[in-house]
Design a protein around this ligand. Structure first.
Ligand code: SF4
Ligand code: SF4
Length: 384
C-alpha cells in the first residue's frame, strides 16, 4: 500500500464544499481524466437519493456529492456496475468511508472489480436516519447543510451508528477530500490517486498536519462514544436469553440482510425452501420445547448472519435504517464484528491487501494440531 502523502492539494472553495467538489469532477470530465462520475442525486420525488453514473458534465451540476442519507450502500451499486469485470470507461466514484470499506470487502470476495474505478472518499459528518429524512426532506436538507457548514461531528441528529463511527475519515480510497475548517484539501492515497493528480496537473503542496490533528481529536471523541455504547450492547447479546430478548420484536422480514452490502449471497439459506420446515417438523419442535414462536428461527437467522459476515461488517448502519421495528441491528452487528475482527487481527475494508481471514489458514489458529504441523515441517526441513 502506498503511504499517505504528507501534503495535499488545496482546492478553492467559492460557495460551499459541495459545489467545489462538483467543480472538481466537472473539470476532470472536461479534461477527459474520467469518462463518468458516480455520485448521489436526489430522486424526482425529492425524498430520497439514488446512485447515478453521470457522463454529461452539465448533469453533474444537479448531483449532491455529500448526500444527507444513504439509502443504498455504494458498494452494491459498484457491484452491479462491475459485475462482468473490466469495461472500457474510466470511472470516478465519490463515496463515504464506510462504503469504501464495503467496496474493499466485496473486492476481496470477487464481487466488485476496481480496475476502471478510482475511489474518492471524504471526511464524513454522518448520515441522517432514513425514516427521519423521508418524513420531512426539507427539514432534513436544512439540518444536514447546517451540519456540513458547522462541521459538526458531534451531532445528535445523525444515525446512531454514525455517532460511534471512528473510521469516518481517510480509508482505502485512491483520493480523499479532507474537510478542515473552511478548507478543502485533496489527498492522494494510492498509486492510482498519485497518477490522477499528475494527469490533472495538480501539485500537493499543502501541509496536512493541521487536518490530521483535527481528525485525531474527533476520532478520540467517537471512540469514547463507541466504547460506552459497546458496553451496553455486550449485555444485549451475551447468551441465548439476552439474544432472545433483544430480537423479541423481530418480525423476520430479513430487511437487515437484504440491505447489507456484505450479505451478497444470491441465494440465502434463510430465504430458501430448505430453511422452511413443514407443519410436522414444527409440531415436533413444539413437542420438544413445549411451544414454538413465529416467525420461526429468528435467533438462528441473526446468529447465522453474524457467523457469516461479521468479519466483513463495516458498520454502515443500513440494517438499522431498514429495520421496521427499530431493533439496533447495526450497533449489535458492529459490536459482534469488533470482537470477531479483533480475534482474527483483521479490520474490515482497511486495505485490499489484507487477506480475508476465512480465505487464509494460519497454523496458530489450529492450536495443538498447528504445533504438530509446524514441528513436522521443521523436521522435514532438517532432512532436506
Ligand atoms: S451488518 Fe449492518 S452495519 Fe454491518 S455491513 Fe451489514 S448493513 Fe452495514
Ligand atoms: S430488519 Fe429488523 S425485523 Fe426485519 S429481520 Fe432484521 S431485525 Fe428482524
Amino acid at each position: 500500500m502506498t503511504e499517505i502523502s504528507k501534503k495535499g492539494v488545496l482546492l478553492e472553495v467559492k460557495n460551499d464544499i459541495q459545489t467545489s467538489i462538483l467543480q472538481f469532477f466537472q473539470d476532470a470530465i472536461e479534461k477527459k481524466i474520467f469518462d463518468a462520475v458516480m455520485l448521489p442525486m436526489k430522486v424526482p420525488s425529492g425524498d430520497s437519493f439514488a446512485w447515478i453514473m453521470i457522463k454529461d458534465a452539465d448533469i453533474l451540476k444537479n448531483a449532491q456529492p455529500l448526500a444527507p442519507i444513504m439509502p443504498v450502500n455504494a458498494a452494491k451499486a459498484l457491484k452491479k456496475y462491475t459485475r462482468k469485470g473490466k469495461g472500457k470507461y474510466k470511472i470516478a466514484a465519490l463515496i463515504k468511508p464506510c462504503e469504501i470499506r464495503a467496496t474493499v470487502e466485496l473486492t476481496k470476495l470477487n464481487q466488485v472489480h476496481l480496475d476502471d474505478i478510482t475511489l474518492f472518499s471524504y471526511d464524513c459528518v454522518g448520515a441522517l436516519p432514513m425514516q427521519d429524512y423521508i418524513s420531512d426532506p426539507k427539514a432534513g436538507d436544512e439540518k444536514f447543510n447546517k451540519l456540513l457548514t458547522d462541521k459538526n461531528w458531534r451531532s445528535k441528529d445523525v444515525k446512531p451508528i454514525c455517532k460511534i463511527c471512528d473510521k469516518f475519515s481517510l480509508s482505502a480510497s485512491d483520493l480523499h477530500f479532507a474537510l478542515n475548517d473552511q478548507e478543502l484539501i485533496l489527498i492522494s492515497n494510492s498509486e492510482k490517486g498519485e497518477k490522477t493528480l499528475i494527469d490533472l496537473e495538480m501539485k500537493a503542496e499543502t501541509d496536512l498536519s493541521k487536518w490530521q490533528n483535527y481528525i485525531e481529536e474527533i476520532k478520540k471523541f467517537k471512540t469514547k462514544n463507541k466504547e460506552e455504547t459497546f458496553e451496553v450492547i455486550k449485555d444485549m447479546v451475551g447468551g441465548f436469553d439476552n439474544l432472545t430478548e433483544t430480537f423479541a420484536n423481530c418480525i423476520g422480514c430479513h430487511n437487515c440482510s437484504s440491505s447489507c452490502p456484505i450479505c451478497y449471497c444470491r441465494q440465502c439459506y434463510f430465504d430458501s425452501s430448505v430453511s422452511k420446515p413443514n407443519s410436522d417438523v414444527i409440531m415436533m419442535r413444539a413437542e420438544d420445547r413445549g411451544a414454538v414462536s413465529f416467525p420461526l428461527d429468528r435467533i438462528m437467522f441473526h446468529t447465522g448472519r453474524m457467523a457469516h459476515m461479521s468479519l466483513s461488517c463495516v458498520s454502515c448502519g443500513l440494517c438499522s435504517d431498514a429495520c421496521p421495528v427499530n431493533i439496533p441491528v447495526a450497533k449489535i452487528f458492529s459490536y459482534v464484528a469488533s470482537q470477531t475482527q479483533k480475534t482474527f487481527e483483521y479490520s474490515a475494508g482497511a486495505s485490499v491487501g489484507d487477506a480475508l481471514p476465512m480465505k487464509e489458514y494460519r497454523l496458530d489458529e489450529l492450536g495443538e494440531l498447528g504445533e504438530l504441523v509446524k514441528s513436522a515441517e521443521v523436521q522435514e526441513g532438517d532432512h532436506e
